[in-house]
Write a protein that binds this ligand. Structure first.
Ligand SMILES: *Cc1c(COP(=O)(O)O)cnc(C)c1O
Length: 368
């Protein structure tokens, strides 16, 4: 039996052609025309004026925090139900994450966020909100809360490229948006990230920090320290080819979800299974199809799939449960803990065949 991965890279067919163009130009470097092309494609897809291609999504979050002046001792709010990549950048800036739990959307709860802001002694400087598994958080409400209190908003849209809320792209509601092109995301450049913002000045500053903070002088002059975060022009070529198929990939992932839902319709009706919801007025990319089980042992299901060469995965372990964050501030009500204890991600590749998908379903049903 062929191995089925959770979300393997899915090339469009044009990647090697564009890589060949890069080789012909000999811009095998973190500069070149392909970077601009890749950024232009992301700008077009998100209707955002500025984009900067960087080495990964984590570095994009880091640049956003640095540009916004988040520093030592500052409090930064964040989704607790997320991947560590969302949070590490906060630590790079020596700031303190404050974790907010999810609500029924599985994403950050605006209600808990508001409650915290009404009672906290120290005003947080920023919020990093994740659109989990490609499904939109209640971003309009969250953005309004941040705006009212002058809290910077960074959207971790690493998983949600191609997702929309009221027709507006994820990543464009906050001060900064971040996308990831890691190997298992809906599009990939093997590794890569993109920072977007409406604010051209901030983006100029981000590009400056991403290229060793070299002053505008004919020689190498440095007033501040920076990073070597710029993406390679070679990888940008992969990105250009991948962006051509973004809407196809979203369609395929959404179809996976629909097929899973159909195949488990009886279990859904009986209340044994619940899929991650899609909030009103939004269209997620369904990067991963995720679901919780009412009674079944998820360890048993994951092990059974693995025995059959199928990769599945626990949902993210909430950050406030991580030993690393045992002392971090938190506003939690058990929602993400419950999701973590009962949920898994199913194989969701955009190239998953319906036969493969049905094989996954059959195996899950055998042990649930
Ligand atoms: C993948 C991911 C990141 C980090 O992106 P990298 O490109 O791997 O650095 C950050 N946040 C979330 C929610 C992610 O899923």
């Amino acid at each position: 039996m062929k191995q089925i991965f959770l979300s393997p890279p899915h090339m469009s067919g044009n990647e090697q052609k564009y890589i060949a163009e890069v080789f012909e130009s000999n811009y095998i470097a973190p500069v070149g025309a392909m970077l601009t092309r890749f950024e232009d494609e992301v700008k077009k897809a998100t209707e955002c004026e500025n984009a900067l291609a960087v080495v990964n999504g984590t570095s994009a979050i880091h640049l956003a925090l640095r540009v916004l002046g988040i520093g030592e001792g500052d409090d930064v709010l964040a989704s607790t139900f997320t991947f560590i990549g969302s949070i590490n950048a906060i630590l790079y800036q020596k700031a303190n994450p404050v974790f907010i739990d999810s609500d029924e959307s599985w994403n950050l709860s605006p209600k808990l966020l508001k409650e915290y802001l009404q009672t906290c002694e120290k005003k947080p400087k920023a919020l990093v909100v994740t659109h989990l598994y490609g499904q939109m958080a209640k971003i309009e409400e969250i953005a309004a809360i941040c705006k009212e209190r002058s809290i910077y908003l960074i959207e971790d849209a690493a998983e949600s490229l191609g997702a929309f809320y009221e027709g507006r792209a994820s990543g464009t509601f906050g001060d900064f948006g971040v996308f990831s092109f890691n190997g298992n995301k809906i599009l990939t450049t093997s590794s890569g990230g993109m920072l977007v913002s409406k604010n051209a000045e901030w983006m100029k500053k981000a590009a400056f920090y991403a290229t060793q903070a070299k002053e505008d002088k004919p020689y190498y002059e440095h007033v501040e320290f920076g990073y070597n975060y710029r993406m390679s022009n070679v990888l940008a070529a992969i990105g250009v080819a991948q962006m051509e198929v973004l809407s196809e990939r979203v369609k395929a992932c959404r179809k996976n979800f629909e097929l899973y839902k159909e195949a488990f319709s009886k279990e859904i009706n009986e209340g044994k299974i619940t899929f991650m919801p899609e909030i009103e007025a939004s269209e997620g990319n369904r990067w991963l199809t995720t679901l919780t089980f009412k009674e079944s042992s998820i360890d048993k299901i994951i092990a059974h799939l693995q025995e059959n060469k199928i990769e599945s995965r626990h949902l993210w372990k909430p950050m406030h449960l991580q030993p690393l964050f045992k002392d971090a501030k938190r506003v939690v009500d058990g929602t993400s803990e419950q999701l973590f204890a009962t949920g898994i991600c199913l194989p969701s590749g955009s190239d998953l065949s319906s036969d493969e998908l049905q094989r996954v379903v059959k195996l899950v049903k055998e042990v649930m």
